[in-house]
Design a protein around this ligand. Sequence first.
Ligand code: CUA
Length: 379
Amino acid sequence: VLTLVAGLGATLLSGCGSEQLISIGDLSSGYNREVAFMSAFAIALSVIIFVGVSYALFYTVNKFREDKHTDAPAQFHGNNRLEIILVVVPVIIVMFLAVLTVRSMAILNPVPAQATKIDVLGRQFWWNFSYPETTADAGGNVANGNEMIMPTKQKVALTITSGDVIHGFWAPNVGGQRAAMPATLKTWNVDTDRAGVYQGNCSQLCGGSHANMRYKVVALDQERYNTFLAAAKAYRAPEPVADSAAARGYAIFMQGKPATGALACAACHRVQGTPAAGAAGPDLSFFGTRRTLGAGMWEAMTPQHWEAPQAAEALHEWIKHSPLVKPGSLMPSYDGSEYLANGKKVKGGVLTDEEIDDVAAYLRTLKLPEEANYWNDTP
Ligand code: CUA
């Protein structure tokens, strides 16, 4: 009841503007409404039973108080009627709850044929969201790291897995949670009636940066979602202008800097419409449109915030030595220091501060067209 009240309060208070408060009581989601309905029944039943049992207890204690009775109460052995009642009543209660549960499962579990499908991959310590039914014109499926875009007012069918240890997909405002298990595909449906931005977290202790394994769920009304998906399908990363910082960054991104041992970003990251097709790190195709960095370690909730010097600094620090910023990050350090990758000490290559800024400049150009920017005016 408390969570429901808190959830309702959060829903009302957060009204418009930025992100919705994280809540399991967000009744914009059909899943949460179903859970709330079942909880209400279970709680009501529990209250009735609690009151009944408490009454019987105090009645008995009071009635057979020692100062009232010098004689022992009536002694008897076995009472068939009472014992049958004691078995039958709980069985009826449990069966009633079971029927309710099965009813909810029958509502929540089926996936309509036309449901939007999203593949969710959890890894230490980031998420990838890809759209298995949307092949990009440039090849591969449309995908995005750490920001999941979904349509409102319909079930979204997730297929959840992990690339290493067990993680937990948990974005309670859009419904429930599901473990992300290595070598296992778990299905899970989420939904919300309300367009907006919602917080997602990893809900399974998974290593040093478990707490830094966050993501955003951006729910868009159908029309805007279609615009996003169509633009994402047609998207090809823009070619950097010759001789610009972005062009120098592009060269490092694709080839690294062999002279100093700096690995190519493309070895681990994919950028749609370029030769970069790595799958060991999050998809960076729309990096310039994203407002989060390092799986929620840094986030800009307004475009202005993204232009601020702190954003540039955060990105610079991230590229320079992400294992220092984020314990357990498997991204190489480009400051020449040793870093720990899967328990082994690995020496990162070296990029100068200017070269790091060049890579950042390139990343900032990776933008969806403005009309498909899923953050724009997100309620
Ligand atoms: Cu992934 Cu905790």
